[in-house]
Design a protein around this ligand. Structure first.
Ligand SMILES: N=c1c2ncn([C@@H]3O[C@H](COP(=O)(O)OP(=O)(O)OP(=O)(O)O)[C@@H](O)[C@H]3O)c2ncn1[C@@H]1O[C@H](COP(=O)(O)O)[C@@H](O)[C@H]1O
Length: 106
């Protein structure tokens, strides 16, 4: 499991831009707009903090998955791909492969 999960999910999130709001959670979020997406990110960040404060490792993973998921929805809504974030992280850490991959695809 690696960043392909992010790329595959990004593809699904892109496809949901053509879906009817009633047919999909993500399509419904897009229809509600930016503020609704940002609200979910805020909620999931708070739930992550609470899980960490409670020291519940399983819950931390679960809530971070929710948080990452909603940030991926935000990236898609903004016309951005997760590769841009991976490339930025790679740039900071000096991992060259991802930077090259991102510059090839965008
Ligand atoms: N990975 C996810 C995913 N992670 C979290 N969630 C949703 O994010 C929400 C998390 O919010 P909460 O924890 O607050 O739970 P909730 O009370 O049900 O949330 P609300 O309904 O109040 O927003 C839940 O509704 C989860 O179902 C996700 N919904 C969809 N996906 C994937 O996204 C893709 C598109 O999904 P659809 O749009 O549903 O087809 C598919 O690949 C899905 O597997």
């Amino acid at each position: 499991m690696n960043d392909n999960v992010l790329a595959q999910l990004a593809e699904v999130l892109e496809s949901r831009k053509q879906a009817e709001p009633d047919s999909s959670y993500v399509a419904k979020l897009y229809a509600k707009g930016l503020d609704a997406i940002l609200k979910k990110i805020g909620e999931e960040a708070t739930e992550t903090v609470m899980a960490a404060k409670d020291g519940e490792k399983d819950k931390i993973v679960y809530e971070i998955a929710d948080l990452w998921f909603h940030t991926l929805v935000l990236l898609a809504q903004q016309g951005l791909h997760p590769d841009a974030v991976l490339a930025e992280l790679a740039r900071r850490s000096g991992v060259s492969g991802l930077v090259e991959k991102a510059s090839r695809t965008h």
